[in-house]
Design a protein around this ligand. Structure first.
Ligand code: 7RM
Length: 649
């Protein structure tokens, strides 16, 4: 690889890493290198041992069948049921009265469900589903707000052996329609409406738009949550509360094969059609159970809060299956962090004495922007561990999170993974790994990741390349639903024998991994490769900047010209002087080569509903192309505003 690909313009952070606090380390599940050593010695034996933490009705015969790549089987011929692992065995082990779910609604209403009660609810819903004709192998679409019934519905599917497809509640009816059609679901579970910042989103009314075009749906089950009016189609639409009233509280879990499909989760790819990512039963559960336990250092008395929506993989793996299979107490909040006030999350952490808090960098940057007085007004001393997921976290946001939320006593686990990986893949272990802000650190024990150049050769320290996974892992996707060709093409064709993540990364001289974001976010400016993230990080480092998105605008000579969209902190005005100052600032932080050609101030950045900045749209704006489909955007108005602002220049 040529010299120009060397990370000569990123100054490797030489500041001393943050060591795990002594008292954290003493009580941590992992505080020495043993799991890494064990897994290095024999990766499959490591996973086999982790599989023993689950309850099997029949033990598997082979850990991994890799005879037909890229189609892999884990825990071959093992039999188990996911809901039995998340519920029954805890009840049998004396945890009946332990809280499984603590829920708070937007308006402050609360629900708490013990493991015994959750099991009963799940059993009742299994009987409901079964009476409605849902059987093993059938697909069920779940389109719901963040309420406990969503978890009940998911677990009931797994108990029957039905395959759930949870669609994020904020998606449009059109997106819902595509996903129902693709999965050919027989049944939809939804709600009358969702509470959203004091207003009601009429979900059932919106679902109706989709249902008109979805002939496969035979029944619709409606949870009455928000008191929203809706039309009823006799014979098809049924109320959750009516169905549950007399349902039997017993239902024996179906004995599922290790490789039976567990769920489909749609994820956007590079084309317009979403990819139906398929996960199966045993490997997925072993993966999320193990990572939840070690990464979040699961302790019996934890009150664990992952702020993701259940409609994303983070919600599946680290609200539902990981924590519940470990018998944890999971807190679920219905609403957003800024309603009724911008301290809502901190109020909840104080009230529920949350111990482990897992959120996304985009949220952290909003908190920073809103101001320190919001968290400062609450007692956050129950927190012992923080997590981050979804994007690279810029060191500035990391340090803020560490100081203002963790009060410098909580390790931060920056966890890299994907819908496809099912489980956390790159992460610190909080009682062991010294932390470098901005680095997701190292592969989890039993996971083989590497950074390779465009020929597929492992890169040296400081050399940029592509993040790949070298050997199969238990929670890996098995295929794309009914599209094996796209599965092979998207993940396995780039580098034969390696799983291609689509992310750029580099290793530092300590072997720490630094994720640079999607490779399509890597710019080439006059022959230098520059991650949009690096420039964004430099911008956000400036005291006036709240958030920044950087794109490469096609440039005749340089290849890419760096264009930045910047949101300023509350109360700061975007002047010409500031514009110049920011360019100089980036020049100082990274080098002249990274100095943005153009900077635009905007009141918000366009983001997907899961909070990822949509750089593609910004590129289209900068290159004055038509903006295609913007329905997956959190706030389509933002794009209009940026576009108008852009053409004023
Ligand atoms: C869990 C999730 C996956 C993509 C992935 C990355 C980015 C996620 C991190 C991260 C840097 C992280 N699933 N990503 N976590 N980048 N550091 N800790 O987000 O399928 O929705 O997205 O997200 O680009 O490929 S996902």
């Amino acid at each position: 690889m040529s010299k120009k690909n060397h990370v000569d313009i990123i100054s490797e952070d030489n500041a001393k890493p943050f060591q795990p606090p002594k008292i954290f380390k003493e009580k941590a599940l992992v505080n020495d290198e043993k799991p890494y050593r064990e897994a290095e010695k024999d990766r499959l034996a490591f996973w086999a041992k982790k599989a023993d933490n689950l309850q099997w009705s029949k033990k598997w015969e082979q850990v991994l069948d890799d005879s037909n790549p890229p189609y892999f089987k884990w825990f071959v011929n093992g039999k188990l049921n996911v809901s039995a692992n998340c519920l029954d065995r805890h009840v049998e082990n004396g945890l009946s009265d332990k809280k499984a779910i603590l829920f708070e609604g937007e308006e402050g209403d609360t629900i708490s469900l013990t493991y015994a009660k959750l099991l009963k609810e799940v059993n009742k819903f299994c009987n409901v589903l079964s009476d409605l004709g849902v059987a093993r192998g059938d697909a069920v679409t779940i389109w719901m707000p963040m309420i406990p019934e969503a978890v009940v519905a998911m677990l009931a599917c797994t108990r029957i052996g039905a395959v759930h497809s949870v669609v994020f509640g904020g998606f449009s009816p059109d997106a819902l329609k595509d996903r129902i059609l693709d999965s050919r679901s027989k049944l939809l579970v939804t709600a009358d409406g969702a509470n959203r910042k004091g207003k009601v989103l009429p979900m059932k009314g919106m679902a109706e738009e989709a249902l008109q075009l979805c002939p496969s749906i035979e029944k619709v089950v409606i949870v009455e949550r928000a008191g929203s009016d809706y039309e009823v189609t006799e014979g098809r639409d049924l109320l959750w509360k009516d169905l549950m009233k007399n349902a039997d509280e017993n239902f024996s879990p179906a004995e599922m094969d290790a490789e039976d499909p567990l769920f489909i989760l749609y994820s956007s790819g590079t084309t317009g059609k979403p990819k139906g990512i398929l996960h199966t039963t045993a490997g997925y559960l072993v993966g999320v159970n193990t990572t939840h336990r070690y990464v979040f250092d699961h302790h019996e008395d934890d009150i664990y809060w992952c702020t993701a929506d259940i409609g994303w993989v983070t919600g599946h793996s680290y609200i539902v299956y990981g924590p519940l299979s470990n018998g944890s107490t999971v807190f679920i909040y219905e609403g957003t962090p800024d309603y009724p006030n911008r301290d809502r999350f901190w109020e909840l952490i104080e009230k529920y004495k949350i111990t482990v808090f897992y959120t996304a960098p985009t949220a952290i940057r909003s908190f920073m922007r809103w101001g320190n007085h919001f968290p400062a007004g609450h007692d956050l001393s129950s927190l012992r561990l923080l997590g981050s997921v979804g994007e690279p976290i810029n060191p500035e946001a990391w340090l803020w999170y560490h100081e203002h939320i963790g009060k410098t006593k909580c390790p931060i686990v920056d966890t890299w993974w994907q819908t496809e990986t099912g489980m956390i893949m790159i992460t610190p272990l909080p009682g062991l790994t010294p932390l470098k802000p901005g680095s997701a650190t190292k592969a989890f024990p039993g996971i083989d990741v590497d950074v390779v150049d465009d020929q597929g050769y492992s890169t040296g320290p400081g050399q940029r390349g592509f993040l790949v996974i070298k050997t199969p892992w238990p929670a890996m996707l098995r295929t794309l639903y009914e599209d094996h060709e796209r599965y092979e093409h998207t993940y396995w064709k780039q580098y034969p024998g390696l799983y291609f993540t689509g992310d750029g990364a580099w290793k530092d001289s300590d072997g720490y991994l630094w994720i640079m974001g999607r490779v399509d976010d890597v710019l080439n400016v006059s022959g230098h490769r520059i991650g949009t993230m690096e420039v964004e990080s430099a911008l956000v480092d400036h005291q006036s900047v709240a958030e920044a998105a950087v794109i490469g605008k096609v440039h005749e000579i340089k290849g890419h010209a760096i264009t930045a969209f910047v949101t300023l902190k509350e109360g700061v005005d975007g002047s010409e002087e500031l514009l110049k100052e920011l360019k100089t600032h980036v020049g100082k932080k990274i080098g002249a080569i990274a100095r943005p050609e153009e900077i635009f101030f905007t009141y918000e950045l366009p983001k997907t509903r899961s909070g990822k900045i949509m750089r593609r749209l910004l590129r289209d704006i900068a290159e004055q192309r038509d903006l295609g489909d913007v329905t997956t955007l959190m706030d389509p108005q933002v794009v209009k505003a940026i576009k108008n602002n852009y053409s004023d220049k």
